[in-house]
Ligand binder design. Structure first.
Ligand code: FAD
Length: 247
């Protein structure tokens, strides 16, 4: 059996590892010229971590990220309104990880190369369309050098992100995703350890919010953490609507 996968993001590469483990041949098509370690912080909850643990990647996750212990909610003045334990500290079998999205993608990508081989990933190759009958699925793809490529398989996994071409082909009447009106400014900064170095905080309400959590240790300095921060705010039009609705 052969599976085609559109997108070498977190979903596509993880699907490739599971399919390969089940004995399925995989071929992956990625629009970007290379799988690059981009992004800032991402939080992986135990149900997702459990799957990567099943793939034997827990040590790599520990080396790259932080086992989140506690989540603190505060109002916009910083007054704590709720706090709760997370991951193993909350009784789950596996941790919750706060991690740099690029480092997470990197460790999954290395596992694909080690276990399946780099040749199964066609980088610089955008899936442009698909056709299927009761037995096979056929995809068309455009290479960055202007040439085209066709491939066929028993199934196609559409893991090509929020503006998915595969989804648009399967659900042509759905239209593009609807924006919820929230603007997000975010970054990752080396910052002094806050509390135990494993606590994340969310402060504010529905109109404006600040999110802060450590995502990695800093080599040679236990007092510092690579720290993710994000500021979210409802954009003006959406804010006016929310206020009129009493949101
Ligand atoms: C560059 C980048 C940075 C991100 N940074 C963060 C972050 O800091 N924090 C956070 O919480 N989330 C981030 N995300 C989103 C997060 O990775 C995903 O929402 C989540 O991991 C779901 O993964 P996914 O595999 O479904 O999609 P994604 O991780 O979005 O991956 C989709 C992949 O498909 C590729 N692709 C798109 N269209 C096609 C096509 N037609 N043909 C072939 N390939 C295609 C894209 O280049 C991408 O590599 C980021 C996503 C990207 C792409």
């Amino acid at each position: 059996m052969k599976a085609l996968i559109a997108g070498a993001g977190i979903g596509g590469l993880t699907a490739a590892l599971f399919l390969h483990r089940a004995g399925v041949e995989v071929e992956i098509f990625e629009r970007a010229e290379a799988v690059r370690e981009l992004g800032v912080g991402i939080n992986m909850l135990p149900h997702a971590v459990g799957l990567l643990a099943e793939l034997g990647l827990l040590d790599e996750l520990d080396a790259a990220g932080i086992r989140t212990r506690e989540l603190v909610y505060a109002n916009r003045f910083g007054q704590v309104v709720w706090h709760e334990l997370r991951g193993i500290d909350a009784g789950h079998e596996v941790p919750q990880f706060s991690i740099h999205r690029g480092r997470l993608l990197g460790l999954i990508h290395r596992a694909v190369i080690d276990r399946i081989g780099a040749a199964v990933i066609h980088a610089g190759c955008t899936v442009t369309g698909l056709r299927q009958d009761s037995r096979r699925v056929l995809i068309g793809a455009a290479r960055s050098d202007g040439t085209t490529l066709r491939s066929s398989g028993d199934l196609l996994v559409g893991a090509d992100g929020i503006h998915s071409t595969v989804r648009a082909a399967l659900y042509p009447d759905e239209g593009p995703p609807v924006w919820n009106g929230v603007m997000l400014w975010r970054g990752a900064t080396t910052w002094p350890t806050w509390r135990d170095g494993r606590t994340m905080a969310i402060a504010g309400g529905n109109l404006a919010k600040f999110v802060f959590y450590p995502i990695g240790k800093v080599a040679g300095d236990g007092g510092l953490r690579l720290t993710n921060w994000a500021v979210m705010a409802k954009a003006q039009a959406a804010q006016a609507r929310a206020l009129s609705l009493g949101d």
